[in-house]
Design a protein around this ligand. Structure first.
Ligand SMILES: *Cc1c(COP(=O)(O)O)cnc(C)c1O
Length: 366
């Protein structure tokens, strides 16, 4: 019998639930003894890792006995050139989740409130709940951020606002003019975090690159990731761009070697791999079309998505459907933990992967 330490934990941690990851292929293989599994559950890039990045990783491996460059000098140099910003505005993270946690840790205390939308990415409440803050979840509008309601939710205790553009798990997105108007109305002492994890996939020209707003809004922090369009989810690499002062604070709480040398090298190579990114975007566009058409054929409602996934209303409890799909070797993502019990989130895969999901769903629903 092991002792339960829950009541000794920080109050915020006591109420915390662990992050639920997409089921790994190897786990389903073990559980069901099946092979040829298709995983469309974690918004990963179906192209796999590019040859250029593989080579960069190979070259870096020999030095894996050394600590990485704690400042990520060369990757920051490449990113600052790419985004036309100073290197002292960039904070590298072990995935962008690492950066999100740092930013919360710096500013959020237990008497503060943090604002995010209903159905927003669950990492925002996780990192703020751990700090004991009051979580203010603003009801969604058409599955996305209701910016007016979010402005109305601001109080003198509000310390931080999180917005993912596009949002996960809904795929909804905000146009430049509406988001910029919102940013200009957020009080200057409230930190506005705009998470652009999926921005490379967005084909709608109205979506902002909010990094360009940093000169206007010094309370803005923009996060980006290598986990999605750049295809490096396992290496854990993301970053934020902010005012240099905020960047300096992040450097105080950052673990000294939070980004490993292999990720640093891969990050530079991936940034130069324009063909890979272009292919990722075109495969995504075609796959999105394929999934949308399947919804229309199966008469299922879906939430129009600007990301690399589509969230689909099964018009019934989605959990049994998820389970049946697993037995057919297809892993998708239930989103009941996002208060969307009837929806499944399906990541865009390669054409044959999408087709396997479509065929399996058709069988399950018939
Ligand atoms: C996938 C995702 C990320 C990326 O997280 P990493 O830690 O960089 O892998 C960030 N924000 C949102 C909204 C996401 O869906």
């Amino acid at each position: 019998m092991s002792r339960d330490f829950n009541n000794l934990a920080n109050l915020g941690v006591q109420k915390l639930h662990p992050y639920q990851a997409g089921k790994p292929v190897s786990e389903l293989e073990r559980e069901l003894g099946i092979s040829h599994i298709v995983k469309l559950a974690s918004n990963e890039n179906p192209l796999g890792i590019s040859d250029n990045v593989k080579q960069a990783i190979q070259n870096e491996l020999t030095d894996a006995c050394r600590y990485p460059d704690a400042n990520g000098h060369y990757l920051k140099a490449a990113l600052s050139e790419r985004h036309n910003i100073e290197a002292n505005q960039i904070t590298l993270g072990n995935g962008s989740n690492d950066v999100l946690e740092m930013i919360a840790k710096i500013f959020v205390q237990s008497h503060h409130e943090v604002i995010f939308a209903e159905h927003a990415f669950c990492v925002y409440p996780i990192v703020c709940q751990a700090l004991g803050a009051k979580l203010v979840e603003v009801p969604a509008k058409n599955w996305g951020n209701d910016l007016d309601a979010m402005l109305a939710a601001i109080t003198p205790s509000t310390k931080m606002i999180f917005i993912a553009n596009p949002n996960n798990p809904t795929g909804t997105w905000l146009a430049s003019d509406e988001l910029k108007r919102f940013a200009s109305q957020v009080p200057k002492d409230v930190i506005l975090v705009i998470d652009e994890a999926y921005t490379e996939y967005v084909t709608d020209g109205s979506i902002p690159n909010s990094i360009e707003w940093l000169s206007e809004f010094d309370n803005l922090v923009v996060t980006r990731t290598y986990s999605k369009a750049y295809g490096l989810a396992s290496l854990r690499l993301g970053y934020s761009v902010s005012n240099p002062s905020i960047c300096g604070l992040m450097n105080r709480v950052r673990q000294p070697f939070n980004v490993n040398s292999i990720a640093l090298a891969a990050g530079i190579a991936a940034l130069e791999d324009h063909d890979y990114l272009a292919k990722a975007i075109s495969v995504n566009r075609a796959g999105m079309q394929q999934l949308v058409e399947s919804c229309q054929q199966l008469d299922l409602q879906y939430i129009p998505s600007a990301g690399n996934f589509l969230t689909i209303n099964m018009a019934q409890d989605a959990m049994p459907i998820y389970q049946k799909l697993l037995h057919k070797g297809v892993i998708v993502r239930p989103v009941a933990n996002y208060k969307m019990p009837n929806h499944l989130r399906v990541s865009i895969g390669l054409e044959h992967e999408n087709q396997k999901y479509i065929d399996a769903l058709q069988e399950v629903l018939s």
